[in-house]
Design a protein around this ligand. Structure first.
Ligand code: 13P
Length: 257
């Protein structure tokens, strides 16, 4: 594993002021953790002021979603260009809440991926199965379907610009974390699907993160699992000390690997 990625998806939490305070405090603590790549995904309203707190730090920032069109009559949406203008380097695409709570159309995702990359954003593409799909033994099929659909416009896999976050839906916000065996297997499936989709590409450096009820109490065994390159953290990213603890644990594991 290379440098672990520790990403916080704040979902619909934190005002811009709260986010800025967190970002300032994190940037001080992150100075002691140069071996960790931090990324924050605040709500769109916080991006501008949080970016100001992160200027001159190594912490990166992303939007939680975006529209695939450059501009137009899309009330409530944000474009890739707007995210870039607010200081984003990243965008989350296909988070399970976009897929399942907002019923985002599947055919919008490959367009979003292409538009984001075209605008110079890096993409964190979230994939993962529902409990019912896992129980039916369909995890691999679902991951294949999601990855091949969402990356469908890319002739080559841009290893530097796309990170995959495997987030089993049943583990998100439930306190039920995937076992290391379940997570390890699913990460293997993601890599296997990518190899099938891009047989000519060198995928050795692809990063696959795990997300779903990650906390400091389960981070060590997860990060010690082969194929897990970091975490996309929801609830536990809202509290500074807990978020930093998880990063410390990831760094320790990296050292002892
Ligand atoms: P929790 O860490 O709260 O389970 O959320 C995971 C997630 O959805 C991150 O994108």
């Amino acid at each position: 594993m290379g440098t672990p990625v520790i990403a916080g998806n704040w979902k619909m939490h934190k005002t811009p002021q709260e986010g800025r305070t967190f970002a300032r405090q994190l940037s001080t603590k992150a100075l002691n953790l140069p071996e960790v790549d931090f990324i924050l995904f605040p709500s769109a309203t916080g991006l501008h002021s949080i970016h100001e707190a992160l200027v001159d730090t190594a912490i990166e920032m992303g939007g939680q979603n975006m529209h695939h069109e450059q501009s137009g009559a899309f009330t409530g949406e944000n474009s890739a260009e707007m995210l870039v203008a607010c200081g984003c380097q990243w965008v989350l695409i296909g988070h399970s809440e976009r897929r399942h709570v907002f019923a985002e159309p599947a055919d919008s995702r490959p367009l979003k991926v292409a538009t984001a990359l075209g605008a110079g954003l890096k993409v964190m593409l979230c994939v993962g199965e529902l409990l019912e799909q896992r129980d039916q033994g369909r995890t691999q099929e679902v991951l294949r379907e999601q990855l091949s659909n969402d990356l469908g416009q890319l002739q080559r896999f841009p290893v530097e610009s796309v990170v995959i976050a495997y987030e089993p839906v049943w583990a998100i916000g439930t306190g039920v974390v995937a076992t290391t065996q379940q997570a390890g297997e699913a990460h293997g499936m993601v890599r296997g699907v990518l190899r099938d989709l891009y047989p000519d590409d060198d995928l050795g450096a692809v990063k696959v993160l795990y997300g779903g009820s990650v906390k400091s109490s389960n981070a060590a065994e997860l990060i010690g699992t082969p194929g897990i390159d970091g975490f996309l953290i929801g609830g536990a990213s809202l509290e500074l000390d807990e978020f930093v603890n998880i990063a410390e644990i990831a760094k320790q594991e990296l050292r002892s690997a």
